[in-house]
Design a binder for this molecule. Structure first.
Ligand code: HEC
Length: 207
């Protein structure tokens, strides 16, 4: 995550229809289409690999919410600036790993090529019945992904933001984040994350 400018819309029907079209068009000579039956060297895991459109934009995996949940944080902040998500209210983040990539990491201790992670950020509520205390996630506010892909990116990992209502862009296409900027996604993940650009220090099930 990074200092974020504005809130995200919730998912809606037309966007999913668009995803369907894009997925359907990924075939024939289209480069970088998904290989859903990839195996690691030992053959112990199958990984879903990232898919891209002709322009190299990452297609939003439509099953990311079924990926393996690895961690959650409340108001985790890594900037002195206050965030502008959720009108400055509490935000809750959830992190997921593509299940095949999770299995490979658990058995090998390293992230395989093609590993996909997702960071979903939610606004929060406090007052729904029967709660008398505590905080729970409400609307999905932001969706970001990282992909380990040496072939496409010299840096090893690539970072993407999916369009949101106010942030702009396409909700089904991840916009690649330029890694050369001083305060890029890449710079923080490269220097602060515990394991190969991934913040495993915040994910209890990952060593
Ligand atoms: C200043 C540091 C910092 C910056 C800049 C940053 N992140 Fe992160 N990122 C984190 C931290 C800390 C986590 C741990 C999980 C959380 O925030 O709940 C994280 C987690 C993630 C994850 C989950 C997998 C992982 O690597 O741990 C994704 C995906 C992600 N960030 C994407 C992005 C994208 C895309 C950008 C740029 C738009 C970005 N990040 C910029 C610090 C940063």
């Amino acid at each position: 995550m990074r200092p974020i400018k504005s809130p995200m819309q919730s998912r809606n029907g037309p966007l999913f229809a668009l995803i369907g079209l894009l997925t359907w068009s990924c075939g024939g000579n289209t480069p970088k289409c998904p290989d859903t039956a990839a195996k690691d060297d030992t053959g112990i895991a199958t990984m879903a690999l990232p898919s891209y459109n002709d322009d190299g934009h990452l297609l939003r995996p439509d099953d990311w919410e079924r990926w393996t949940f690895v961690g959650s944080a409340l108001n985790l902040s890594y900037s002195d600036e206050s965030h502008s998500l959720c009108d400055g209210g509490d935000v809750m983040s959830m992190v997921y790993l593509e299940p095949g990539a999770y299995d490979v990491f658990k058995s090998e201790g390293s992230f395989a090529q093609g590993t996909m992670t997702a960071l979903a950020v939610y606004c929060t509520g406090t007052d729904a019945e029967p709660a008398v205390d505590g905080v729970y996630p409400t609307d999905l506010e932001l969706l970001e992904m990282s992909v380990k892909d040496d072939a496409q990116h010299d840096d090893g990992w690539a970072y993407y933001i999916f369009g949101t209502g106010d942030v702009g862009g396409d909700a089904s296409l991840g916009a690649w984040q330029d890694s050369s900027a001083e305060d890029s996604c890449f710079s923080c993940h490269a220097t602060e994350a515990e394991t190969d650009f991934v913040f495993t220090q915040f994910y209890p099930s990952l060593p």
